[in-house]
Design a protein around this ligand. Structure first.
Ligand SMILES: C[S@@+](CC[C@H](N)C(=O)[O-])C[C@H]1O[C@@H](n2cnc3c(N)ncnc32)[C@H](O)[C@@H]1O
Length: 302
């Protein structure tokens, strides 16, 4: 990870600026309070160890490879407002996961959210995923470390700013992946063992869901696993100044700086997704739910 004078602490998320050109905090991207917790926290110990190495050698101990492939790379031809939205939201995207700022809804809600998020993570971690793995619309890579430890991960998104954060997250975990700018609607260029999408299906309009499931099946070798995590409708899952509707097809979103965007957002029911997956030729289809917030889906390519 490169030295940064100003950064959001990788552990607590608070912004911090170092005074010293060569401060260890800037190499570790941890604030002094979190650095002081190294004894009790293995992640912070790991980051400090890596930062010492990087400061001494000027290089990260592992690199995420950035590959290009002109044939398949490129921004999407449609949905550009959505890509612009996620490009602009990248730095504040994880606030949604962490219930910070406009996503904070009070302790009871936030604890329930964190518990269900953990449940989703444990579910994903327990899936039999291995070999070559593709993650479409990977964003800031919240789920990517869980996948990168299981096989050879290719991480795609149409927006570069979230992918850059995904790259940093993987580096912080000392994990490797192939990162590309790539439209989730681009035809697969190979068949892989597993395909994962986090919070992407709810951005697929109903009119295109069947086409996306076809594409997902084409990504997979026979028997390959398609897994996804997505949103259930809950009035409190989005920001305080967003107003989701259960039957919506699009949603009006704001950023911290007040900019506004309208993007596709569909709250699919499990049965609807299961029927679509079966129709697209998937087998062993299950779409489960956590108590309030998430859909957890898995299916095998037939
Ligand atoms: C809700 S975020 C999900 C990010 C990540 N998968 C997660 O679970 O946190 C949706 C992502 O889709 C990406 N995206 C939007 N349109 C896309 C497209 N046509 N092709 C690929 N990615 C796209 C956005 O840039 C954004 O990172």
């Amino acid at each position: 990870m490169p030295f940064r004078r100003s950064f959001d602490c990788l552990w607590c998320g608070r912004p911090y600026s170092t005074r010293d050109q060569d401060a260890l905090e800037g190499w570790a991207q941890l604030c002094p309070d979190c650095v002081g917790r190294a004894d009790e926290n293995p992640f912070i110990r790991f980051r400090l160890h890596a930062a010492l190495h990087e400061r001494a050698t000027g290089a990260p101990p592992t690199e995420v490879r950035r590959e290009t492939n002109a044939a398949t790379e490129g921004p999407p031809t449609e949905g550009s407002e959505m890509v612009a939205y996620y490009e602009a939201r990248a730095a504040e995207y994880d606030d949604w996961y962490l219930r910070r700022g406009r996503y904070e809804r009070g302790p009871v809600h936030d604890v329930a959210w964190a518990a269900e998020l953990d449940e989703a993570g444990r579910w994903l971690d327990a899936l039999p995923i291995g070999g070559q793995i593709v993650e479409l619309a990977a964003g800031t890579g919240w789920w990517s470390p869980l996948l990168a430890v299981k096989g050879e991960l290719s991480l795609y998104d149409a927006a570069s700013a979230p992918l850059e954060l995904a790259r940093e997250r993987l580096l912080a975990h000392r994990l490797r992946a192939h990162l590309h700018i790539r439209d989730a609607w681009a035809e697969p260029d190979r068949q892989v063992d597993a395909l994962f999408c986090g919070f992407w299906l709810s951005h697929v309009p109903r009119s295109r869901l069947a086409s996306f499931f076809e594409l997902a099946r084409h990504w997979l070798r026979p028997g390959g696993l398609f897994a996804f995590i997505d949103s259930r409708f809950d009035p409190q899952s989005s920001a305080v100044d967003h107003a989701p509707q259960a039957d919506q097809e699009t949603m009006h979103r704001r950023l911290d700086d007040g900019r506004e965007f309208t993007i596709p957002k569909v709250y699919y029911q499990p049965a609807e997704l299961e029927a679509g997956l079966l129709a697209a030729g998937f087998a062993n289809v299950t779409v489960a739910t956590t108590a309030r917030f998430f859909l957890l889906g898995e299916a095998r390519a037939g």
